[in-house]
Write a protein that binds this ligand. Structure first.
Ligand code: NAD
Length: 496
């Protein structure tokens, strides 16, 4: 067997070991015996060195013309595209989702990198007439400084790219921390940025636990911006920590997304959507449809097909071409799923399929769980309210559109929702009334595009959005500039 590679931190343009002298293992969730790599278990000292490097590099990076920053991103995007297959394969080994999905994850990073590279030639501000003669007014985007980027394991390259690309094109410098389950995909992204010509210190990469590395990244006095994607619980802590020194924080957190199926829906299409939305990425997408609300008039017809299709999904190692659903990320996540299935049964939800761990043969050493559907759920049940983050879908019967919307909105989260209907009036009513940051008609809750804002309402987010030009608003600050060429003191209208 080839020796397992030891990966290092990137600090000030050098690949270095952690000063802690400690490391951790990155294993394949389809088979824990397979070691993907060994990574640095970093500490506060490493973070401090990375932030100092980013602070130093900011002095010159902020002055690099944005189109030149964009050119580096274009090179990175092309390399990502050339190496897509290899990057996806490595991602499946560390994260578990099937190859088609890891290809999609890399594709998202490619799209975001090309998109933000193009923004280097835009970064538009406004010009506007002045209220006074011989005076010129404009607004320009200014970079902010050092950004801490903290990411989860479920989109290990896409989500880092959503953060680092807009941060860089706006002229900021960054320290990036991946989740400990998936540090390799962020490593690959950082390496490609480095090879594409990012100057030393502009991008720093520090691996390690949330408690040690993450905490320091959001409390360090020289960090001005924290972008976090992860659970609502940790997001709350990030928000509190950032408030102490008024760091800007962008929080993308949990979800309990809903697909609503009306009486007039194309049921086969809705079943396709519920399967893909509920069990895609083993239900471990922030936008996963873990609730399906179905009109009572078509409930039975829908459920017969949905349960049968879920039962026939092929679960296994995501590298196998015929596999449709991979493992859960780790044992802890699998235990959470087991606990919720018990909760659901005790609450009186009807277990229609799944509800068990898969073991033996090809499943040995992995974290596999059968696609699980609860029927006849009450909207107030915990399985219909709380984020499970696994292959468990709770189906709730309803009476028409108004009740579907009420149930759909009746959770603390607000990321994504969808409606299946052939009635344009219903579609527009739901579009207006759903309290989510993303809404789909006749498509599942997953599948965002990079040039549209991404994010959620209520306890999913704190009002910012990722992707699109909305991301530029987070990674830059507006500066309003007034140029008086009258050669005389002109007082603004309020002082005149
Ligand atoms: P998590 O909150 O456990 O961890 C996210 C990141 O925060 C990791 O890098 C982790 O190491 C770090 N972290 C943990 N504790 C920390 C602390 N005290 N201080 C600073 N950083 C800390 O989440 P996870 O399990 O990696 O990801 C799953 C969650 O992410 C789900 O709730 C999911 O809905 C959410 N998510 C949301 C979106 C979105 O865009 N809304 C996208 C993907 C995932």
């Amino acid at each position: 067997m080839a020796p397992v590679k030891v990966y290092k931190n990137l600090i000030d343009g050098e690949w270095v070991e952690s000063s802690s002298g400690r490391t951790f293992e990155n294993v394949n969730p389809a088979n824990e015996k397979e070691l993907v790599g060994i990574f640095q278990k970093s500490n506060q000292q490493d973070v401090d060195a990375a932030v100092a490097a980013a602070k130093g590099a900011y002095k010159t990076w902020r002055l690099v013309p944005p189109p030149k920053r964009g050119e580096i991103l274009f090179r990175a995007a092309r390399t990502l595209a050339e190496r897509k297959e290899e990057l996806a394969t490595q991602m499946t080994r560390e994260m578990g989702k099937i190859l088609d999905e890891t290809r999609g994850d890399v594709q998202e990073a490619i799209d975001m990198t090309f998109y933000m590279a193009g923004e280097g030639r835009r970064l538009f501000g406004q010009t506007t007439p002045s209220e006074l003669r011989n005076k010129f007014c404009m607004s320009v985007r200014s970079p902010i400084g050092v950004c801490s980027l903290i990411t989860p394991w479920n989109f290990p390259m896409a989500i880092p790219s959503w953060k680092v690309m807009p941060a860089l094109v706006c002229g900021n410098t960054v320290v990036m921390k991946p989740a400990t389950d998936t540090p390799l995909s962020m490593y690959n992204l950082v390496r490609i940025l480095e090879d594409s010509g990012i100057p030393r210190g502009v991008v720093n990469y520090v691996t390690g636990g949330g408690g040690e590395v993450g905490e320091r990244l959001m409390t360090h006095p020289d960090v001005r911006v924290v972008s976090f994607t992860g659970s609502t619980e940790v997001g709350r802590r990030v928000s509190e920590a950032c408030s102490q020194t008024f760091k800007h924080s962008c929080l993308e957190m949990g979800g309990k997304n809903v697909i609503m199926v009306l009486e007039d829906a194309n049921l086969d299409l809705a079943v396709d959507g519920a399967l893909w939305g509920g069990f895609g990425t083993t239900g471990q997408r922030c936008t996963a449809a873990s609730r399906v609300v179905v009109d009572k008039k078509v409930y039975k017809a829908f459920m017969d097909k949905f349960v049968e299709r879920a039962r026939s999904l092929k679960v296994g190692n995501g590298l196998e071409p015929t596999v449709q659903m991979g493992p859960l990320i780790n044992e802890g996540q699998l235990k959470t799923v087991e606990e919720y299935v018990e909760i659901g049964k005790n609450e009186g939800a009807e277990l229609l399929t799944g509800g068990k761990r898969l073991t033996g043969g090809e499943y040995d050493g992995g974290h596999f769980y059968a696609p699980t559907i609860f029927g006849d759920c009450d909207p107030k049940m915990r399985v219909a309210q709380e984020e499970i983050f696994g292959p468990v879908v709770s189906v709730i019967p309803c009476d028409g559109l108004d009740e579907a919307i009420e149930i759909g909105n009746g959770v603390i989260y607000g990321l994504s929702s969808s409606l299946y209907t052939r009635n344009v009036n219903n579609a527009f009513k739901a579009m207006r009334d759903m309290e989510t940051g993303i809404f789909y008609v006749n498509a599942p809750t997953i599948g965002a595009e990079t040039h549209l804002p991404f994010g959620g309402t209520k306890q999913t987010g704190n009002g910012h959005r990722e992707a699109s030009t909305a991301a530029l608003d987070f990674y830059s600050e507006w500066k309003s500039v007034y140029v008086d060429y009258s050669d005389s003191l002109q007082r603004a209208q309020i002082d005149a």
